[in-house]
Design a protein around this ligand. Structure first.
Ligand code: ATP
Length: 231
């Protein structure tokens, strides 16, 4: 297993928002992590990434308990977050964004070095000198995805990557996520309100409600379950 959560609890201030969250993912698996607004999906991703301390339970990555491992060390180990709202440097050019992150995350023999990224997203190659804040929404999301996978990602946490994108772009981006996961044995946790798009590439579905997992199973089982009425 690449990523294993056992009884994870996390929250803010006096409020524990998620509790007893447990699941384990294999290399290359794509999890659609679904639920209403406020169900606790983003909170769970933050806890995995080390952006929020655990209030209970444990997160293991590649068999190693992350405990107090810093966010930077988690990134170096191959755990990556594509945050809600993109997470690019809007005042830097495309090339500068990529160079800054590559300098930190790409070592010789990396899965995705700079040429590999431009090959995966040729439009970014064409726009190297463009201020990234001036790119279209779809291009910004491609850049955000590039920054998240530069180096050797083993597990990508995507927080609502489809927000603000035209439907055809969502489909294309999700196909790319799928291709990268399957060709490079990269695991993905996909938090998404666009349930139909997420279901097209998911191998497995977890549904959260009020901070706990209420369903965990295959996509067809999810569609047939009582919880599908949520969507
Ligand atoms: P969404 O799709 O709205 O992002 P979500 O399932 O990702 O939903 P979370 O963002 O994890 O949900 O939020 C879960 C709960 O935690 C909500 O009640 C939210 O108000 C609360 N919450 C989120 N962020 C904070 C914060 N920084 N401080 C306090 N409470 C927060």
């Amino acid at each position: 297993m690449v990523l294993r959560l056992s009884g994870v609890a996390a929250g803010y201030g006096p409020k524990t928002v998620v509790s007893d969250v447990s699941f384990a993912l294999e290399p290359g698996q794509i999890l659609a992590f679904l639920g209403h607004n406020g169900a606790g999906k983003t909170t769970t991703l933050k806890a995995i990434m080390g952006l929020l301390p655990l209030r209970g339970g444990a997160v293991e990555f590649d068999g190693r308990s992350l405990g107090r491992t810093s966010v930077a060390d988690r990134v170096a180990m191959g755990l990556r977050l594509l945050p809600e709202g993109r997470g690019i440097f809007p005042d830097l050019s495309v090339e500068e964004n990529i160079d800054v992150v590559a300098a930190r995350n790409v070592v010789p023999g990396a899965m995705f070095d700079i040429p590999a990224i431009y090959k995966l997203f040729p439009v970014l190659d064409e726009r190297r000198d463009t201020r990234s804040g001036s790119l279209s929404g779809g291009q910004q999301q491609m850049l955000a995805m590039s920054l998240a996978i530069l180096g050797s990602p083993r597990c990508l946490l995507l927080d609502e990557p489809s927000i603000g994108l035209a439907p055809n772009l969502v489909e294309r981006m999700f196909e790319q996520v799928h291709d990268v996961c399957k060709s490079h044995a990269m695991t993905a946790v996909l938090v998404e309100q666009n349930v139909a798009a997420a279901m097209k590439i998911a191998d497995r579905v977890i549904i959260m409600n009020n901070g706990v997992i209420v369903f965990d199973g295959l996509p067809d089982e999810a569609r047939a379950s009582d919880f599908w009425s949520y969507f």
